[in-house]
Design a protein around this ligand. Sequence first.
Ligand SMILES: *Cc1c(COP(=O)(O)O)cnc(C)c1O
Length: 418
Amino acid sequence: MTIQKSLPLNANGVPLSAAEAQVLKNGLPSTLSDIDPSRLTITLASTLKTLPEPESLVFGEVTTDHMLYMDFSPERGWSQPQIMPYGPLNLDPASSCFQYCPNVFEGLKAYLALDGTPRLFRPQLNMDRMVISAERVALPPFNADALLTLIKRFVALEARWIPRVRGCSLYIRPTLIGTRASLGVTASTHAALYVVLSPTGPYIRNSEGKGISLLAMSDQVRAWPGGTGGYKLGLNYAPGFVAQRKAAALGYQQLLWLLGETVSEAGAMNVFAVFKRPDGELDVVTPPLDGTILPGVTRASVLSLLSYRPHITALPQLPTDVRINVSERVLTMSELFAASTADTLQEFFCVGTAAVVIPARRIGWQRSSADSSDVEDIRLPVVGGQGSLAQALWERLVDIQEGRVEWEGWGVTCTASD
Ligand SMILES: *Cc1c(COP(=O)(O)O)cnc(C)c1O
């Protein structure tokens, strides 16, 4: 097993570089006020929106009645946090977020437990990642625990918006933007941090036998060494929209990002390949966190579940005789093609908060950029379904998220009195 153990690990086993650990430790200078949940003010909307039908939900289209808002100035630090009616922000047109994109976001979900309590899934990891992303674009730090306390209260207040259907949830979008009102090409001294909520259905209702199609593209890249791919920054996404359109025009649902021939991520999801050894043991491989890969919470959770022994405790859906070997290592398109030809490539799946786990059914590779007839396909023999790793991981993660299973403190409940 080559899972990185040398780096400092945070409480949940996600590797942090020494520099990242320092960012989290440093915090704000003591002369400035940090986010303070005890100063929260709540102004309720005078009229409430009608709840949408869970079946009609399209990701990100509907927002709830309120938003959580605070801002930062270099003189005083973080302002009093406010929950207020959802509405437009009032920003100077020269604000640096519109010009040079110091924009950070997070994505996590609130689920409804059987007893009606809202639950979050490993939210501390999202908060820490947000502080680390902020530092990458020179935005101010904040107390990650304080933001989490506020988000729990906010979610408790909006709990009526969490759909009561398995696989449905309330998507939480914390956002941090630079608001310095100047065209000077320099770090933003001012910032706004806000959180909006959006009810959401499952990415694909039942992945069994379906799975998505991926197009691997070599001529455009998402991330590169020394770049920003390992951080959740708004600026990483717009450059992928044209390539996404091109993939759709060729009949593929998502992009498989490469760097040269090396597999990186699929859309905004981390990827795993499953190879079968001659003796029947499975090798599960995901690319390492080398700075070009977003350190996903789902990725870390999948690695943790797959590494657990005995596996039947972590993944009771799997056949008892399955033997799983997990590694974080470089994965190339040639390797995938060779394994597909040799019938040893069994599964390929994508993981992230939005989809949880979603299997791929085919992967196209356009070796040269121009000619669309030049796409070669890998077809995956196992696409979700009973006995597959993708299905077992999806079931288990959703059970933990929705509180049917307690697992290593991953589930965190939200109450108004936190
Ligand atoms: C958010 C994101 C992921 C998934 O991360 P999770 O924490 O599991 O939701 C993967 N890749 C990219 C590029 C992302 O933006």
